[in-house]
Design a protein around this ligand. Structure first.
Ligand code: XMP
Length: 513
């Protein structure tokens, strides 16, 4: 790739993806790779700078994650954040020890005073609030380094060796709670690493189209189109790259929202795209019968999707490539390297071992959601497609807790349609990033008319988020919740209780399964 790149060496901290997003917001491309990646591989990526992330360990412990020390003599600037800062300090001859007393341990928002001159803090006021989360302390600063920031409790909050381009901060510049954090990253990228700022969606779009053309040649391609933002953008990209060599397949697995299939067909009918709709409800419900484990559901749905695509591929004949709209958070959350598997998003971890295509192409694999949306706009996709709320590949299958039946899917579809209708009516659809209903497996007693009921509890979920990696529950006005509740209980049979989910991510996830 022609653009410059920064490598984010991942030591397992919770904000690591955020660092990558912040770097890209500065129009510098970056990739997150495990700290265990051999130095030769890192060198081959030809980065203009390296960022060591935070992590849960203490550097002085025996089995603490380390880097190849040769990374410090290679001549590339390094920014160490939290654990990354401590690691650099220790490896270069400093000393890191457990904080002796509570005053040197810092958690949360902390007033930080910048001690100029330091490129990292260039253009900033004298002080700002930073987000700290460390219980270790840099007792000795390595030779060649200077202290460049302090707090009331801690004399060494940031260190710099400007001659070598090494910087370390104990706090997290990537989180919003850190004032001027984005500016600090910007300073590191532009003043220390001399970034050109060549990561723009316009450029990415051109490069991606050229490389897709080169790879596919005159071959045929199938694309898994769900009508969601990611697959729609992937479809537009592929259509631009290979035109009528592309066939889009929309699989209705019977776990779609109400009218979803018709709406997707209608949206793409306006485009010059060859679209096949496969109605496969029976197949999916048969394979899913009796399965309650969320991960098993995902794997089954993932596998059946592939089988349907293989079938279509055979009908068309000589199809080599299958395109999926996988995006970077899917890749990360499905687990790679040491990271914990949260959910095996069906379009990544849910793939069967054997897939009857020459290759699966994922042109959005390295993009964050907001970048996918930008790319969609770049490709001329209309706002209503680019701004759609996400809908997971396994669909209602992961919103029906417990085993899946057609009856439950029908109940959920009706309830979900009412919820969406009322949110739109209240003008909240552009303010809430994702909202849906969940059919729980809890039954409770109710009274309707003069009779006792014993029916399902339905949960409403609404979240605000910018990247779907973290999220807050949406403050939907009580009146709207009330209207939704009254309508659903009256209009949808077998639901007699509605609850609203007031948990953020973390500790919860957005979907219930
Ligand atoms: P969670 O529940 O992990 O969801 O907080 C984050 C975002 O990902 C979507 N999601 C999925 N998308 N296949 C997908 O294509 C999946 O298996 C899957 N699971 C969750 C979810 O809707 C939210 O937008």
């Amino acid at each position: 790739m022609a653009h410059q790149m920064v490598v984010v060496l991942d030591f397992g901290g919770q904000y690591n993806q955020l660092i990558a997003r912040r770097v890209r917001e500065c129009q510098v491309y970056c990739e997150v790779i495990p700290y265990t990646t051999p130095l030769e591989t890192v060198k081959a990526m030809n980065p203009i700078g390296i960022i060591f992330t935070g992590g849960p360990n203490s550097v002085y412990l025996e089995d603490a994650p380390k880097v190849d020390p040769a990374i410090f003599t290679w001549g590339v600037p390094v920014l160490g954040i939290c654990y990354g800062c401590q690691l650099m300090a220790q490896e270069l001859g400093g000393q890191v020890v457990p904080a002796q007393d509570d005053s040197a341990r810092e958690y949360g928002k902390t007033a930080t005073y910048y001690d100029p001159p330091c490129k990292l803090f260039d253009g900033l006021p004298d002080s700002g609030i930073s987000w700290m989360s460390h219980s270790d302390y840099m007792a000795k600063v390595p030779e060649g380094f200077r202290l460049v920031a302090h707090s009331d409790a801690c004399p060494n909050v940031a260190i710099a060796d400007e001659a070598r381009g090494f910087y370390g901060v104990q706090f997290h510049p990537e989180v919003n709670h850190t004032e001027h954090g984005s500016q600090m990253l910007h300073n590191f990228l532009y003043q220390v690493c001399h970034a050109r700022g060549d990561w723009t969606m316009g450029d990415y779009c051109k490069t991606a189209i050229a490389s897709i053309r080169e790879k596919i040649g005159d071959g045929k391609v199938l694309l898994a189109l769900s009508g969601g933002v990611d697959s729609s953008v992937a479809a537009a990209l592929l259509a631009e790259a290979v035109g009528d060599q592309l066939t889009c397949v929309f699989v209705d697995h019977g776990l779609m929202r109400k009218n979803e299939g018709d709406e997707v067909e209608a949206a793409f009918a306006k485009w010059d795209i060859h679209l096949i709709r496969m109605n496969e409800e029976e197949r999916f419900l048969r394979e899913l019968a009796g399965v309650t484990d969320p991960e098993k559901k995902r794997k089954i749905i993932g596998e059946q999707f592939i089988r349907v695509f293989e079938q279509v591929g055979k009908q068309i004949g000589s199809v080599d490539y299958l395109v999926q709209g996988t995006i970077y958070p899917d890749v990360i959350e499905s687990g790679k390297g040491d990271a914990a598997v949260i959910k095996s998003h069906h379009n990544v971890g849910g793939l069967p071992d054997y897939v009857d295509f020459k290759e699966i192409i994922e042109p959005l694999r390295m993009l964050f959601k907001d970048e996918v949306r930008q790319l969609g706009r770049e490709l001329g996709l209309p706002d209503y497609l680019v701004n759609r709320q996400p809908f997971p590949g396994p669909g209602l299958g992961i919103r029906i807790i417990g085993d899946i039946t057609k009856e439950k899917a029908d109940i959920l579809r009706e309830a979900d349609a009412i919820f969406r209708e009322e949110i739109a009516k209240a003008g909240l659809d552009s303010q809430i990033d994702q909202y849906f209903t969940v059919l729980t497996d809890t039954h409770s007693v109710g009274v309707m008319g003069d009779g006792r009921t014993y029916d399902y509890t339905l949960a409403l979920r609404g979240v605000t988020t910018s990247d779907f990696m973290t999220a807050d529950w949406a403050r939907i006005p009580y009146e709207v919740l009330d209207t939704v509740s009254v309508r659903i209980v009256n209009e949808v049979k077998h639901i007699n209780r509605i609850v609203y989910d007031v948990t953020s991510k973390p500790p919860a996830t957005i979907e219930w399964e």
